[in-house]
Design a binder for this molecule. Structure first.
Ligand code: URA
Length: 250
């Protein structure tokens, strides 16, 4: 290496911070590394025992005697991180006296902004689908009305899928929601609703087959967002809507 190249190399090392050839004290590089001390935990505070998120949800949900109290309990629940990323809680929409309760997955962007479930494109399709069998979320007559809620009340970031632990911790609230509304029939909209309510996934096989969830006859159906992507599945959905209409008549 010529002088200029060596000088440039040294200047480069100095610029990188390597400006000392030796340290003040010798370093024994053959010695065993010292055991790394575990990070110190902050001292436990007396008044705050470890809380189990699911147990806390169950306690709060069970204590709610009506929908307004349930909503307030969900607003106050601090264990679900989704709450921090969402604009607001999306509790429900429609008529709480409806015979039919629809359970969806989680709010998307539009729902997060408006604070009501199913108000985006999928929601418009949902309204259209149910209007064909004479059911509406704006209807005051319970026979013709719909009530709508979601498994998760907060929008997951970038509309990602709900995580199992998020669904698990919010399930006690959904269960209490159904108990308080007491619908005659439930519609489980899509895979995540089926997983939460029935413990089963695989909507293609489940759809159209009546099941029981939380003691209520429950019909799994394709999610309207799926129908937007897969219009050919509307044929099966039409059959499911007719099955729902029939069941309401029975
Ligand atoms: N999809 C859902 O499952 N729920 C909503 O509220 C909106 C879109």
């Amino acid at each position: 290496m010529d002088f200029q190249a060596m000088k440039a190399s040294l200047e480069w090392q100095i610029a990188c911070g390597a400006d000392e050839a030796i340290l003040d004290a010798p370093v024994d590089r053959t010695a065993r590394p010292k055991a790394v001390e575990p990070p110190r935990r902050p001292p436990a505070r007396d008044a705050e025992p470890e809380t189990d998120a699911v147990a806390a949800a169950r306690t709060a949900a069970t204590a709610a005697g009506d929908l307004a109290t349930l909503r307030a309990a969900m607003e106050a629940y601090g264990h679900c991180d989704l709450k921090r990323g969402a604009k607001q809680l999306v509790f429900s929409d429609g008529n709480a006296n409806a015979r039919v309760m629809i359970v969806g997955e989680a709010p998307g962007r539009d729902e997060d902004i408006e604070g009501r479930p199913f108000v985006g494109r999928a929601g418009k399709l949902l309204d259209l689908m149910f209007s064909h069998i004479g059911l509406f979320r704006t209807e005051s007559d319970s026979e013709k009305a719909l009530y709508i809620a979601n498994v998760l009340p907060w929008r997951p970031p970038q509309n990602r899928d709900p995580k199992p632990e998020e669904m698990e911790m919010m399930l006690p609230f959904l269960e209490r929601h159904v108990e308080l509304v007491e619908p005659d029939l439930i519609v489980a909209m899509g895979n995540h609703a089926c997983l939460a309510l029935l413990g089963q996934r695989g909507i293609t096989k489940l759809r159209g087959k009546w099941k029981t969830a939380l003691g209520k006859p429950t019909l799994p159906m394709f999610h309207p967002a799926y129908l937007l992507r897969t219009p050919e599945a509307k044929r099966e959905t039409w059959a499911d809507l007719l099955s729902l209409k029939e069941r309401l008549r029975a």
